[in-house]
Design a protein around this ligand. Sequence first.
Ligand code: SAM
Length: 603
Amino acid sequence: MIRQQTGPTALAEADLAALGSAAELVRTSGTVSRMLRTLAPALGEAERESLAAWCVPAHAAVLVFPTAPGQLAGALAGMGLAASGPPTPSTVVRDRLRARYGIRPDALEVSIVRAAVPTEDGGLGEVEVFSLPVPPTAGPGPGPGSPGGFGADTGACLRHLVRRERAERNEAHVAFRVAAADEVVFAGLRFLLVERAGMRPDGGGYNPHEDVTVLYFRSAAPAGTPYARLELLMPGHRTSALAAHRLVERDEPGRTLLELMTGAWRTQAIAVAAELGVFDALSPDAGGPAAVADLAARVGADPDGLDRLLRYLATLGLLAGPYGPGADTYAPTGLGELLRADAPHSMRPLALMYGGPFYESFGQLLYAVRTGGDAFAHHFGAHHFPYFAEHPPWDTAFDQSMQASSLMFGPIPAVVDRPGVDVVVDVAGGNGELMKQILAAAPRLRGVLLEREHVVAAARGRLREAGVADRCTFRVGDFTEAVPGGGDVYVLSRVLHDWDDRGCADILRRCAEAMPEEAELLVVERLLPPDGQNSLAVAWNLHMLCNVGGRERTLEHYRRLLAEAGFDLVETAPLPLDGSLLRARRKGAAAPAFPVPSRSELA
Ligand SMILES: C[S@@+](CC[C@H](N)C(=O)[O-])C[C@H]1O[C@@H](n2cnc3c(N)ncnc32)[C@H](O)[C@@H]1O
């Protein structure tokens, strides 16, 4: 255990504690993976392990403020440690302090002392101590918010610096030494720390004395977190890693935050362009790329207002331009064309939903987060299914909007078109898109589609247009009351996420009651990753809370719900757009009624 020295000639207690905890961290934390658990909690287990595979702990560092010579050596000795050499100047920390507090560099004589620390596992770690001597305090300095600029009393500025640095621990860091001299490894490590752990590049440099390139990162943790900085020490002079690191650094956090905070503007700009039919008006049939005035006439908009909207959409990648003789011509990009009403899998109805009723209800997100309640119902006075049913234009837009993400269904027809399958029952089959795709791909199959009355009408129309309606029975009904029997495959596509666990249990129980012993249940959903991995499911989980009263779930959560309703989850396979196909059959059913295709057949 580390013994600390105290007394009037000793380091201040706060500095002793910081030094002691750095030595303790080095002594006990051992592996990079273990250290990352606290330093970068956003990283998943596998990501921590892959970082740890390339790095070893190098040191933990703190900044202390001795008021008399010998205090630091005394503090180290009190902990059973000794400096491994004479102090050397630290220009990096000095320059950072100067930039942070505007104090003259000659008043910031920061030096570095290193001391070896025996580790629990029999190895040897190191603490790195930055030391900034300050004169003994003579009364209270300025408060924590006051600037310590040039011209101000340097003593007062230093006291301010000490107070803030002790509270914020800006210079405390943990360093990892990269155990490979490989640019691909450096790029991968930087990617994990910046993109996955959410750390911010914070400078770097080459130290010719040690022939080491150092990249600095700051964690997203609040000020005062014990080790908010991380350093990667790479062997040699790594000019391309440094350049890439500095490039990302120029991405100012304030700017990033502004772009994030104004996300609602994007939603509205896209919805307004969709509403005006901007992308349709730029299609070849409508005259193709156009100058602003011409386009304003085509869509019935104010030229100046439209000009501003188009410029913004161009920065979002939805339009190419402005170009041409008047530098005011725009053309749709591939992304923008997805918003044309006649585009295959058009996302226009979805843009109208997200910029319309769901935009209004997202304004009540605070209510949803505070109470766990459905903000849509709170705002509109009814759950969205009955509300839309009473507001037909929105009901149609909702049904059409489900079509936008029907790319997810691509691999499913091949799964159900198997020997032993004759009848597919799509429970809450929506606008019939999935049933259409299944019946169109397999002329020998028949379908049953269960839906609410007005949705059935839309589905019938869609299947009729595709020439497959004669092989489908349309059933108006409520899946909480009964589900049609006699199917070989039952589908619940994007249904369970609309409901809480109790609602899901009711739906699954009705399916179980209706399904013949050997029938298979297919569930299509987005799975919430069990760790910090990104997926569309993460954002839609919030959408489900706010607008539907349901939730996205992890695979284990679905496995449990299925088990409680008497099903075994037998396989999962990925679908496009972060979707997953879950195949389940009754508990104890001897064998699948028909062959189960392999994952590669589904991918
Ligand atoms: C999110 S949509 C999914 C539609 C379709 N399965 C798909 O993946 O595109 C959910 C569907 O559940 C239907 N629904 C809601 N409550 C229902 C009920 N009680 N009985 C039958 N269908 C219902 C809605 O009409 C809606 O079409």
